[in-house]
Design a protein around this ligand. Structure first.
Ligand code: TPP
Ligand code: SF4
Ligand code: MG
Length: 351
């Protein structure tokens, strides 16, 4: 992975968070992506979210697969743990890391190719196990890194740069996640930082698997008039359904709202998400209704965004498996070790 170190010059007047850190402390190396790539805006939103949440960078783990999107963890949180897996295998590595150390904040960054083609099975199992992590898909409808082939999220009839039309129906990661029982499903646009930052904060604080599908245009291969993942198309067909405001633990909800229009949901650490309906007919906690709404709007060519589905009643992987609260990585196993003779006898039994 290419890495260009950024000179670290901090303006003494830069705002500092509760840890005394500036936004610069949450950045990574210099981006080597094409100028204007949506993925760089997502990187900026992740940096801002981690800064505002006062996360200690070394208590965070960032994982990815292969693709331009999967390169981006090199561009944020340079002081965090990082693992760049082989193509489509990030979810299983994240599952293993999370099983061993439940004490870190996990973020996985992937692409539509990495998640919906080669890694689809992996994504489904992390989702079904409800691994406690934020999973971001930077969705541009193409394999950007390998020069713009259609991915599994390309819409029917959308065209490649040279004009060929896509013949295959798309996989919508949000509808897929909702149908599989996920408890936190959101969609946003790399060009809408105001919507994106609170969603990332909420996803990082949600206890369980949080999926955010982010339309993140590829300016080099899929930002032309025949594309349905271009900046222009996304801006024109953007349909926000529910706005999510993230409210830190000690903060009060000050926004005024009418009953029925907004729903404050408590997260396990005492913070809250205030879900505000923009479309009053939308019900973000009614799985079947959300699914039907998304399908209907997708058929009309609209991109429904915001906090699409929320359920805080699910148990995450450690609760389901009844694993102790202490991270397994710090549990002292020395008195539990059966010893080399017992292990040898066990191995002999398999020969
Ligand atoms: C096993 C394997 N198969 C294929 C490839 C080639 N390859 C590299 S990146 C990629 C797709 C990346 O697309 P996406 O995840 O959408 O990321 P983007 O570049 O669009 O951000 C493919 C097919 C690979 N690296 N490894
Ligand atoms: S090829 Fe596309 S996805 Fe890759 S860096 Fe360039 S604009 Fe971004
Ligand atoms: Mg892609």
């Amino acid at each position: 992975m290419s890495f260009i170190r950024k000179p670290k010059i901090i303006n003494p007047n830069s705002p500092r968070n509760e840890l005394g850190l500036t936004v610069r402390d949450y950045e990574g190396g210099m981006s080597t992506l094409c100028a204007g790539c949506g993925h760089d805006s997502v990187t900026g939103a992740i940096v801002q979210a981690a800064f505002e949440l006062n996360i200690e960078p070394h208590r965070m783990a960032k994982l990815s697969g292969i693709g331009c999107s999967s390169k981006t963890p090199a561009y944020f949180l340079s002081q965090s743990h990082g693992f760049n897996t082989v193509h489509g295998r990030m979810p299983s590595v994240a599952t293993g890391a999370n099983a061993a150390n439940s004490d870190l904040t996990y973020i996985g960054v992937s692409g539509d190719g990495d998640s919906l083609s080669i890694g689809l099975g992996q994504l489904c199992h992390a989702l079904r196990r409800n691994v406690n992590m934020l999973y971001v898909i930077e969705n541009n409808g193409v394999y950007g890194l390998t020069k713009g082939q259609f991915s599994a999220s390309a819409d029917l009839g959308s065209t490649a740069k040279k004009g060929a039309a896509n013949q295959q129906p798309p996989i919508d990661p949000c509808r897929m996640a909702i149908s599989m029982g996920a408890g936190f499903v959101a969609r946003s646009f790399s060009g809408d930082r105001e919507q994106l930052v609170p969603l990332i904060k909420a996803g990082l604080r949600y206890k369980g698997f949080a999926l955010i599908d982010i339309i993140s245009p590829c300016v080099t291969f899929n930002d032309h008039p025949g594309s349905t993942k271009s900046y222009e198309y996304t801006r024109q067909h953007f349909h926000p359904a529910v706005q999510a405001d993230y409210i830190a633990p000690a903060e009060e909800i000050v926004a005024k709202y009418h009953v029925g229009e907004a729903l404050p949901v408590q997260l396990h650490d005492g913070s809250q998400i205030l879900l505000r309906k923009i479309d009053h007919g939308y019900h973000p906690t009614d799985r079947a209704a959300v699914y039907e709404y998304l399908e209907r709007h997708q058929q009309a060519g609209e991109i429904v965004t915001g906090m699409l589905y929320y359920d805080d009643s699910l148990q995450e992987m450690h609760d389901i498996s009844q694993i102790c609260d202490e991270p397994l990585s710090t549990v002292d196993h020395s008195d539990l070790c059966p010893g080399s003779e017992t292990l040898q006898a066990l191995q002999d039994g398999y020969r």
